[in-house]
Structure formats: C-alpha cells, structure tokens
Design a protein around this ligand. Structure first.
Ligand code: PLP
Length: 438
C-alpha cells in the first residue's frame, strides 16, 4: 500500500506535472483543481468503473453533484475502495437515488424557520446564519444535499446585510453560528467584513463558525485566516471529522494554528453506516481529536434527508456506541449523541438509561460497569420556591438589565410560578368533544 505522501505526489503530478509542493498547499489551487467528474476521478486514482456502474453514477451526479479536493482525494486508499471511509464520504453511490418513504425534502424545516434568507431562527437565543452555499468537498451525507450546487446562491453583501439586520433587530440573540455551505469558502476579506459587522452588534456575545475545511482542505487555515478570526474573539470553530484516517499531519497543523490563536475547537461527527458505526473507530477518532485540542461536541444520528438512506444506522447503534464511551474514556472525549428532530424540533440528546429507579429518599443508578448503586437524597435540603421575584431571594443572581425570560415547555411545567398544569396536543378527540378545537 502506498503512503499518503506518495499518493499526494501521484495525484499532483497527474494534475500538473511541474507542480511544486507550495502549489499543492495553496488552497486556491486546490479549489481550482477539485475533482468534479468521474473521468478525472478515474484518471487521478488509476481506476476504472464498469460501464453499467458508470451509467448509474452519472445519473447520481445529475441529481447531486460531485466535488473533491485533491487533498481529500489523496486520503483514499484504492486497495479496498468500496469500503474506504474517505471514498464513501466523497464519492457518489447510486444508492443516493433511492428515495425511501420516510425521506423528507427539508427534514429539519430550516426553510420554514427562516425569517429572512440565510437565517434559521429555531432556538430562543441563537441563530444559524448561512453565509455561503458552497463547499470545497460535497459530503455525500450532507443534510442540506438539496441545496448543494446551487451555483447562483452564494449570498452577496446585500443579502448578508439582511441577515445582519435581522440579528441586530433581535436583542435576544447572543450567539450567532456562521454556517453554510462552508464559511471558509469566503475570502478572508469578506469573512472579516461579516465578523466586523457582527461584532458591532452589542448583544452578540459569541460567534461560532462551522467548517469542514480542517478535514477536507486544511491548507485553507492559513496564518492570515487565523489572524482575521482572532481579531473578533470570542470566536469558536466547530469542525466535522468522521473517521480517524482524516486526522493527518496537515489537519493537525490547521487545528494547532487555530487552538494557538485561542479559538476553542469543537467537532461534530455524523454517525454513518459503513464509515464509522463502530465504537472502536469513534473512540480512536475522539482520542485523536482531544489530543489535538478539539472537544468532541455532537455525534449526530443521520438525518432523514433524501439520498441518505444507505448511510442511516439504527438509533440502537448510536446508544450502543455511547454505552461504550461513557465511563470507558475521558468525559471530555465523549460527545452528546443527538437526533435533530424532523420538523424543526431541534437537537434531542439521547443516552443509555443510567437512573433505573427512585423513591422519595433514594435514587438508584447504574454505572458503565453494571454496578447498581444508590444515592441517598439529602434530608436537609430546603427547596427554594421560586416566584421569579429575584430581589427578595437570597441567591445572588444579579439580573443587571437582562431581559426576563419565561419558562417554556417542560421547564414551564416544572416551574413554581406558572399556573400551567399540562401541555396538551391541540388535536385530541377529547378536546374536540369539548368544542375547543385548536
Ligand atoms: C444546531 C443548531 C443550533 C445550535 O445548537 P447548539 O445546541 O447550541 O449547538 C442553532 N440553530 C439551529 C437551527 C441548529 O440546527
């Protein structure tokens, strides 16, 4: 088997025989030479697909386009191509044409929760801000597959300004997530402009950027880019490693640059059948990430977007993986396993069951080894009944001028000061009989 550096050299020579290594590491050169068709893919990797298979692949590309950076291409090991985790994430499969009856066009209802183009406002205090609709590599498992390759939809300043105006007009928004597409596809100057505008909004406390560049094109993380980011602190970066093979020398360099610039790093992994649905693979990945100062943040159950059927695992697989991580390794190497609720309900955390029973005085718990233990509730705890009258409370929450927020959902049922007794679906037959129909 060829080493990674030999593979890089082979690919570089085929793209451009006189290429110097400095060009290979130039991210703009990489983007100019992204692999966008099957011929080039075959040529660069010295492989051939059967004519029948090719026909199906071409058909797949008509629906969901292809783009792979030469760098990410060089991580593919052709010896066991069809099972290669890099190949599976980057190269189309005719299975993408299978539409299962449970698939949805926009499963997370991002379009419905969009008050202005580019903004998804789902949670009370934070928004997703899509500042780019393009990526250097099109992940085959992309939840926004429906939008991939909308060439005309790279938002210009006027459109981005509408998003900025929306954020400025909503003082409750303290956290803005730049997403896409990949925000690092924008030029340093454009990104600098967006970050400057966001920083000028007083209520924006934290800016987050979601980018897969450290994985698919680590050369994008230049000193200049990092200089731009660190001018606007606090800036957090979340990236997207799915397999330990993606943690290379170059990706480590990119992570180191950002961590050294004081950028807290997180990672979101998607659980993918045939790629990483094995707790030993994921444990290895999470260990490599924390060794590079990246905190595993979320492990996502694969969404119900069209074309992802072949990537979906059971939820049971996810729980089995969590069972093999919690307690077995460092707490900060264990991400939260979440299902992004279809219909726009947001991320719902899933864990194995650890609290197995309780009485008035005791809680019965089990640990990762199977030890069943009891925790005695305190006898002396004097609960504070909260009437939301913080001035008269001995706990020292200094409210400053923070807007008073109301409890919602289950928290509302739990609260002492709310009269609400129950949350009731609008469409029960019982309510219809009472004549209170929604
Ligand atoms: C994931 C997501 C967020 C951020 O959620 P966190 O749990 O705070 O990371 C915000 N808005 C939308 C629409 C999201 O999908």
């Amino acid at each position: 088997m060829k080493t990674h550096s030999v593979r890089q050299k082979n690919i570089a020579e085929k793209i451009s025989p006189e290429l110097a290594i400095s060009n290979w590491k130039d991210w703009k050169w990489q983007i100019r030479h992204c692999v966008r068709d099957i011929d080039t893919f075959e040529k660069l990797l010295d492989i051939r697909f059967e004519p029948e298979e090719r026909k199906l692949l071409e058909k797949t590309l008509e629906k969901f386009p292809l783009s792979i950076t030469p760098y990410y291409l060089s991580l593919i090991e052709v010896e066991d191509l069809k099972n290669d985790p890099i190949f599976m994430q980057a190269f189309p499969s005719p299975d993408e044409l299978i539409v299962s009856k449970d698939d949805m066009h926009d499963p997370l209802s991002e379009d419905e929760d969009s008050p202005v183009p580019g903004i998804t406002h789902r949670y009370p205090d934070r928004v997703l801000f899509h500042v780019s609709n393009i990526c250097s590599m099109y992940c085959r498992h992309c939840t926004r597959k429906r939008k991939v390759g909308d060439i005309d939809s790279v938002p210009g300043k006027a459109e981005v300004q509408k998003g900025l105006d929306y954020i400025a007009a909503h003082p409750e928004l303290r956290d803005v997530l730049l997403s896409g597409g990949d925000p690092f596809m924008l030029s340093d100057d454009y990104l600098d402009w967006i970050l400057t505008e966001l920083r000028a909004i007083p209520h924006v406390e934290v800016i987050r950027i979601g980018s897969r560049m450290p994985v698919v094109l680590p050369y994008r993380v230049t000193d200049q880019l990092v200089d731009v980011l660190k001018k606007h602190h606090p800036v957090w970066v979340n990236t997207h490693f799915n397999h330990p093979r993606e943690v290379t020398y170059s990706s480590k360099q990119a992570l180191r640059k950002m961590a050294d610039a004081g950028i807290p790093l997180g990672n979101q992994t998607v659980l993918l059948s045939g790629v990483n649905d094995c707790y030993r693979i994921l444990k290895k990945l999470f260990h490599k990430l924390v060794a590079n100062r990246v905190r595993p943040y979320y492990l996502y159950q694969c969404d119900l977007s069209e074309g992802l059927t072949h990537f979906r695992t059971s939820v049971g697989k996810g729980i089995e993986i969590m069972e093999n991580l919690v307690g077995h390794t460092s707490g900060f190497a264990v991400p939260s396993y979440v299902i992004d609720a279809p219909g726009g309900g947001g991320k719902i955390p899933i864990l194995p069951t650890y609290m197995i029973s309780r009485s008035t005085h005791k809680v019965i718990l089990r640990n990762y080894e199977g030890v069943i233990t009891s925790y005695k509730e305190p006898e002396s705890y004097t609960p504070v009944y909260c009437d939301r009258n913080c001035e008269g409370c001995k706990l020292q929450l200094k409210l400053d001028d923070a807007p008073e927020s109301k409890s919602v959902g289950i928290a509302k049922l739990l609260s002492d000061y709310e009269e609400t007794l129950s949350l009731v679906p609008e469409d029960t037959a019982r309510l219809e009989r009472r004549g209170i129909d929604g």
